[in-house]
Design a binder for this molecule. Sequence first.
Ligand code: NAD
Ligand code: WQD
Length: 352
Amino acid sequence: MPLTILVTGGAGYVGSHTTLELLIAGHSVVCVDNLSNAFKDGNAILPEALRRVQNITGQQVIFYPIDLRDSCGLKNIFKKHKIDCVAHFAALKAVGESCRQPLQYYQNNITGTGILLEAMAEAKVFKLVYSSSATVYGEPQFLPITESHPTGNCTSPYGKSKYFVEEILKDLCLSDDRWSVISLRYFNPVGAHSSGSIGEDPNGEPNNLMPYISQVAVGRRKTLNVYGTDYDTKDGTGVRDYIHITDLAEGHVCAIKKLGSADVKGFLTYNLGTGNGYSVLEVVEAFSKASGRKVAYVESPRRPGDIATSYADASLAEAELGWKAKRGLKEMCEDTWKWQRQNPNGFSRSQL
Ligand code: NAD
Ligand code: WQD
């Protein structure tokens, strides 16, 4: 059934790709974003990522440049549109920055979510999909990581903000059985839409591996630092469960469908990953192959706070959401490269 979804943080990386898949699935989308980490050209109505989503899908996106902490602004949106469900992506997400500015992260990610939940309750909208992260598991106690793995042992204020919000959502669902919330714990989202027209556009120096590699390949950066070559892994470098952004976006469409069934109540969590772990050097190799470019790297000391290995048991999402990641590392690298090659400087200075 076509629904109207409010997407917070819709101009960002995961939000824009999910908006695209929601539109393709026949839903209507209303986005809010304060543009703190998204590009909008001068007097344009839409942020660039959403303008391109409209071009790709031929469907309209409604956009409000609103901060989640603007309670009145948010409540007005719920008055103006009959929202069926909220997909909540808006958050600050840089791990290192969160250690330097914890209050900003708690204010934005936790207070912002609280204000959103109040606006939802006032509008009697009780269905929410939340962007959580494998970071809530902290250092893995066993592998692959299942949803029943203990949470909360996070090392950064960013990670804690993701965990605290999960706890708030759990309490909220316990307090009032009208709420149904699905928390999706993403492993490592990478890649871009297959058109190469939207993708990840980090501000300044990328914190994450894949955008760093692709900026080296395109000539924007000289060398990749490989953080740690002495981990207890296949080749000594960190191992992660990379998941194609379109698979991740499709996971949200499945979660929203699930929230529509009458028997779903309370707080549910699902891992979104592929179940495969790749090392940093394997990703470098796969990217070189996909791009035909050499990716120069230097071996560097471990990055503080990093873990050796993380990968998901994603079987619960398959059993209960009917979702499974379909795209492998090759496609993740090819699509990242297509986006990077077509948009060497991201959204801000390319013409598409
Ligand atoms: P992103 O920065 O690209 O997108 C987030 C968007 O939210 C940005 O457009 C930003 O401008 C907006 N925003 C931030 N604070 C806001 C506020 N107070 N009000 C309104 N808009 C606000 O990040 P992303 O990679 O798309 O991440 C989306 C969500 O997924 C986040 O909640 C993040 O914690 C979670 N997540 C991301 C990853 C990842 O590796 N990308 C992994 C796990 C979880
Ligand atoms: C992957 C691997 C690095 C950069 C982070 C957040 C997590 C989640 C996803 C939001 C590691 C190595 C990296 C580089 C490198 N985000 N690396 N050189 O750390 O698994 O997860 O993003 O929720 O919370 O912590 O992802 O891409 O930063 O690192 O060698 O320049 O690549 O050491 O082994 P990570 P990542």
